[in-house]
Structures are given as C-alpha cells and as structure tokens.
Design a protein around this ligand. Structure first.
Ligand SMILES: Cc1cc2nc3c(=O)[nH]c(=O)nc-3n(C[C@H](O)[C@H](O)[C@H](O)COP(=O)(O)OP(=O)(O)OC[C@H]3O[C@@H](n4cnc5c(N)ncnc54)[C@H](O)[C@@H]3O)c2cc1C
Length: 392
C-alpha cells in the first residue's frame, strides 16, 4: 500500500480537519474527547446527535460504497479520516458496531435487499446495533452457542441467553448467532439472524462493571421474533459469516483506535514530565516502548487492511489482536505508574474515576473481548508456527 499523500489526499485532509475542528469547537464541544473506552455511558444523547450530524455530512461509514450511504473512500483517505478524527478528539462513536462490524458483514455476505434495508440507517445514525455472540457457555468456544431459533411461518422465534452484549440497552437491532439445527455438528447448525431489540420477547439486564458503569448487558430472548428473511448467508451456514464479522472486529477497526491510543500516550508523557517521573530511566524506557508499540500496531493494522477487504480471518489478524491488546494494557499500567500515589485518588466524591483510571480499568478488557490473548496465541501456535493442535 502506498501511503504517500497526493495533492488530492491533502485537500481531503484539509476538508475533514476543518469540518471536525469547526463542529467540535462549536455546537458539539461538549462531546469532544468523551465516550471512549470506560466512558461509553457518557453523554449518550449528545453523542447520538453527533452521530447523526456526522452522517448528514457524509462522515460515517466512509469506506462503504456510496449507493449504501457510504463515501467510497480509498484506503489512503480512510486512514486520513481516522487520523483527523483522533487528532480532533472526536467522541466515541455510538454507531461503531453497525459501521465497523455489521455493515461490512452485510456488504460481504448479505442480499441486495438486506443492503438496501440495513445499511443506510446505520450511515445516517438512525439505527444502532449490538453483537449477540457470547453466552454463558459460549465465549472462546463460540461454536457452543445454545440460543435457538425455529421457523414459525414467516418468522424466526428465538429462545436463549446472550451475555456481555455491549450497548444492548441503546441498540435498535442485534445480530444474533442462533442454533437452527440441533442435530448438525457444532459449527454447521448455526445461523446469523438480525433481530429487532425493541420487542416484548427481549429482556435486557445491565451488568455493573469495575468502572462502576454498565457498558454491557445480559440479554434474554423469550420468544423474540424476527422475519424469516433476516438471516445473513444461508440458514445453518452462519459460522462463516460470524468469522467474517470477527475479522472486521479484530482488524482495521483498530486503525482509528490506535490513533486514540497515541492521544493517551501524549497525555501520559505530559503527566510524566509534570511529575518529574520522566527522569526515571525505567519510566523513560517504558515511554519509548509504548511509542514503538503504537507504531508497530499501526503497521499491523495497515497490513490487515488487504485481507480484511476480502472478509478473511488470517493468522495476521490474530497477531494484530494479540499485539494491540497487550500494548494497550501496558499503556494503562504506565498511566497508573506515572501518577504514582495520585493514581489512588478519584476525580471527585463519591466515585468519579479520572480519565487515566477509566483507561487503566478498561484496558484490562482489551485482552478478552474480540477473542482473548490465549485464543490468539493458540491460533498463532497452530496456524503460523505449525505446533501440534490443541486436543479437541
Ligand atoms: C468489554 C467487553 C465487551 C464485550 N462485548 C461483547 C459483545 O458486545 N457481544 C458479545 O457477544 N460478546 C462480548 N464480549 C464477550 C467476549 O467476546 C468474551 O468475553 C470472550 O470471547 C471470552 O469469552 P468468555 O468471557 O466466555 O471466557 P471463556 O471463554 O470462558 O474463557 C475464560 C478464560 O479461559 C481462557 N481459555 C478459554 N479457552 C481456552 C483455550 N482453548 N486455550 C487457552 N485458554 C483458553 C480464556 O482466554 C480466558 O482467559 C465482551 C467482553 C468484554 C470484556
């Protein structure tokens, strides 16, 4: 990939920078820098308005084809947009699951009708999505999903339980992995259903997290319904589609994320300078390591873009996920260490965490969601290094 900027790219950068700077200094100043990891609960209505404003100006789903509400940007210009978004401290996006996970999945595996129905409202910010994969007995071993769906006339009827469902309380729709053939081998009888969240058959219960807030939920399906046509890919062939979504989750989605991590590192460096901890050779070494780590993460994300455009989960995706999650977790630890004993003090009584504390706590989750570090190591061991397979 050629990442030198042409005159056209530079003009595009200028356009994006001006729009973002203007809006985030003006009517949307309140959401600037808010809603990131550990802060997802903050200013939801305001960030939803921001999502709609971004959509109206054509700044959501910039990679998607224009006919479905995207902007059809080249890879280079996508990178530029993510860079400018992070530079402007754009807020955490409430539409991220729709834009980054479900949208690309429908573009690759969906029917034309599904593209027409589901993609434009994601681009305008009018419909938000959540991911219904994990269950109490299906996390790393995702093929173990037991939530079942049965056809009743022209509708699926769903029973079962999902867990750790991020942002389910705000979502209009959920993509749900369901068992649709109980007699088939584990990976074969699964379908990928699109299910409206606002209906009587769905009960959402928040889970309180270590940050004190509830970003994720338990979701109970008790006779929930969706149209028979709302299945992505063939019935009972949802595993392939589910893996496509995971490739998107583990891959380029992190390109923008990495630039936010750069902002965090800058803040850590400033605190280290202010507190004098930067004089400590060990702290200096860790700051240098973090800088190098983020640079490598960027190259990994760029390398992942090619296979990702084909919705492929390659061993590279596992290397990338393992690497960025570990780098970010170390960054959270570094943030605490440069604060020293001040790391123990909250923002205000009774329990308001500082941005660094939120970041530290949330980074503990990075090595779990989207596939844990141990699972990525297994994939690398088996598929890259050719080590013996894990016993079934
Ligand atoms: C912040 C956050 C947000 C999330 N959001 C969502 C969401 O929106 N939707 C959703 O569906 N899920 C979501 N998840 C769930 C996430 O995908 C699972 O937590 C993850 O897949 C691990 O599954 P588990 O929690 O069931 O752990 P388990 O699979 O039970 O694993 C427990 C431990 O055992 C290890 N382990 C398991 N199997 C192996 C093995 N074969 N070899 C070596 N070690 C192994 C794991 O690495 C882990 O350390 C989220 C999780 C977090 C933390």
């Amino acid at each position: 990939m050629n990442l030198r900027w042409s005159a056209e790219d530079e003009a595009f950068r200028q356009e994006a920078r001006e729009w973002l700077t203007d809006k985030l200094a003006g009517e949307f100043a309140i959401v600037r820098g808010r809603g990131g990891p550990g802060d997802e609960h903050a200013l939801f209505d305001e960030r939803h308005s921001w999502e709609r404003a971004l959509g109206a100006a054509g700044w959501t789903c910039v990679a998607w084809p224009e006919e479905y509400g995207g902007r059809g940007l080249s890879l280079t210009q996508q990178v530029i947009f993510y860079e400018e978004y992070a530079r402007a401290q754009g807020p955490g996006r409430v539409g991220l699951v729709g834009e980054g996970l479900l949208g690309p999945t429908i573009i690759h595996f969906g029917t034309e009708d599904q593209k027409q129905r589901f993609l434009p409202p994601i681009a305008t910010g009018d419909e938000l999505w959540c991911q219904g994969y994990s269950e109490p007995d299906a996390g790393s071993d995702l093929a173990n999903v037991a939530t079942r769906a049965e056809l009743d006339g022209d509708e699926w009827v769903i029973h079962g339980q999902k867990v750790w469902t991020s942002l389910a309380h705000w979502a209009d729709w959920c993509f749900v992995l369901c068992r649709t053939d109980r007699d088939a081998p584990k990976h074969k009888g699964i379908s990928y259903l699109l299910v409206p969240m606002r209906q009587d058959g769905i009960d959402i219960r928040p889970i309180r997290q270590v940050t004190g807030t509830s970003e994720f939920n338990e979701v109970f399906f008790e006779g929930a319904r969706t149209a028979a046509t709302n299945v992505v890919g063939a019935v009972n062939d949802g595993w392939k589609v589910a893996m496509g979504t995971l490739a998107f989750e583990r891959g380029a989605l992190t390109l923008g994320q990495q630039l936010n991590f750069e902002n965090e590192l800058t803040a850590i460096r400033e605190v280290a300078t202010k507190t004098g901890r930067v004089e400590d050779p060990l702290v200096r070494q860790r700051l240098a390591d973090a800088t190098i780590g983020l640079r490598i993460m960027r190259f990994n994300a760029l390398r992942a873009l090619g296979p990702l455009a084909r919705a492929e989960m390659t061993p590279l995706t596992a290397v990338h996920k393992l690497y960025w999650a570990t780098v970010h977790r170390s960054l959270g630890e570094l943030a605490m260490d440069v604060l020293g004993t001040d790391a123990e003090i909250g923002e205000q009584a009774p329990y308001e965490l500082t941005a660094f504390q939120r970041m530290f706590l949330y980074t503990r989750a990075d090595t779990i969601y989207g596939g844990s570090n141990e699972i990525q190591r297994n994939i690398i061991g088996e598929r890259v290094l050719g080590l013996p397979k894990e016993p079934a």
